[in-house]
Design a protein around this ligand. Structure first.
Ligand SMILES: *Cc1c(COP(=O)(O)O)cnc(C)c1O
Length: 338
């Protein structure tokens, strides 16, 4: 079987996960009557230390519903230039919510200069959008935010009366990396969005966590966005299974990423960035990218090769797969020398 390193979204539900899905009790979740969805929401809320949770078909929709829950038309949210909500979600906050993003530079470690963020908060003046929300992301580009910086950012937001949202698509990777529970890592954020369909291996779904009030507003937004699902317990059961079984094993993904980073860094001509969680970023000479992509494909390794390539580890890639991928890279670059 091919080794797929394109993303940690490419996982397939395991037999055990599918069994849990097949056995799920279901009802109409738009009326709040799906026991499996309710169980997932309650489980996530308790795990993260929030009053309530809400199941979404995607993280994109969960983030957008959170922004809509915190902001009105004509408001603005502060966000990193590299953040998924700003960069990779089709500009949804602007397009669908009439909420203006105020992007700010991310530093190489994923944080932002808080003086810069603070300076971007607009005074109450009809010339300006109303600054309402600060959105962070953790991990961001595979990097774990420094917890001390997160605390400073939350304190700054509080001083200015801003709400705070965490795009915690991969917050469990942070938890496993730092050895800290997610409720501690998320403390102080008004809302958190968590993906079940990345490293956790569920086929679909994200959960948004917050106060009952915020979740009520997000539920209205979800309906507007077309995210009200009926017998969604079938997929929620996969999420519950993932929370029970697939969190601790993220450590294997981190170890595999470190192994892959090590193998690639031995190859002359490749520059590997420090590996923090389940992603390896490697710089590849632009003129070699097409040939490398073809070689990897022929070798059974699936990767999106670019001058700065991201390789992701996940629960469908084991150590042998990593070694196979490393060998395929090595073969390509040593063939050129010979
Ligand atoms: C994948 C991802 C999302 C969105 O999730 P989808 O389910 O793909 O819509 C949001 N934020 C981050 C950081 C992500 O990696």
């Amino acid at each position: 079987m091919d080794v797929n390193l394109r993303s940690d979204t490419v996982t397939r539900p395991s037999d055990a996960m599918r069994t849990a899905m097949a056995a799920a009790e279901v009802g109409d979740d738009v009326s709040g009557e799906d026991p499996s969805v309710n169980a997932l929401q309650a489980r996530a809320a308790s795990l993260f230390g929030y009053e309530a949770g809400l199941f979404f078909p995607s993280g994109t929709q969960s983030n957008l519903a959170a922004i809509m829950g915190h902001c009105q038309r004509g408001d603005e949210y502060l966000v990193g230039q590299d953040a998924h909500t700003y960069r990779n979600e089709g500009g949804g906050a602007a397009v669908l919510a009439s909420v203006q993003p105020q992007p700010l530079a991310n530093r190489p470690d994923g944080t932002m200069d808080l003086a810069e963020v603070e300076a971007a908060i607009k005074p109450d003046d009809p010339h300006y959008a109303r600054t309402r929300l600060l959105a962070l992301e953790n991990t961001i580009g595979g990097k774990v935010l420094d917890p001390a910086w997160v605390a400073d950012a939350l304190a700054m937001a509080k001083r200015h009366g801003l709400a705070t949202h965490l795009d915690g698509a991969r917050i469990f990777n942070v938890a496993v990396k730092l050895g800290q529970p997610v409720d501690v890592l998320c403390r102080g954020f008004d809302s958190v969005s968590v993906c079940l369909s990345k490293g956790l291996g569920a086929p679909v779904g994200s959960v948004l966590l917050g106060t009952r009030d915020l979740i009520g507003r997000a539920q209205r937004a979800r309906k507007i966005l077309g995210g009200g699902m009926r017998q969604a317990g079938i997929v929620a059961a996969a999420g519950l299974y993932a929370l029970e079984h697939n969190v601790g094993r993220l450590a294997e993904d981190h170890a595999n990423a470190a192994l892959l980073g090590g193998l690639l860094s031995e190859i002359p001509g490749l520059a590997v960035e420090p590996v923090r969680t389940n992603m390896v970023f490697v710089r590849i000479p632009a003129e070699r990218c097409d040939a490398l992509a073809a070689h990897l494909k022929a070798s059974g390794v699936d990767a999106s090769i670019r001058p700065r390539t991201r390789l992701c580890t996940h629960l469908d890639v084991d150590r042998a797969g990593i070694e196979k991928a490393g060998a395929a890279f090595r073969a390509f670059f040593s063939a050129r020398a010979g």
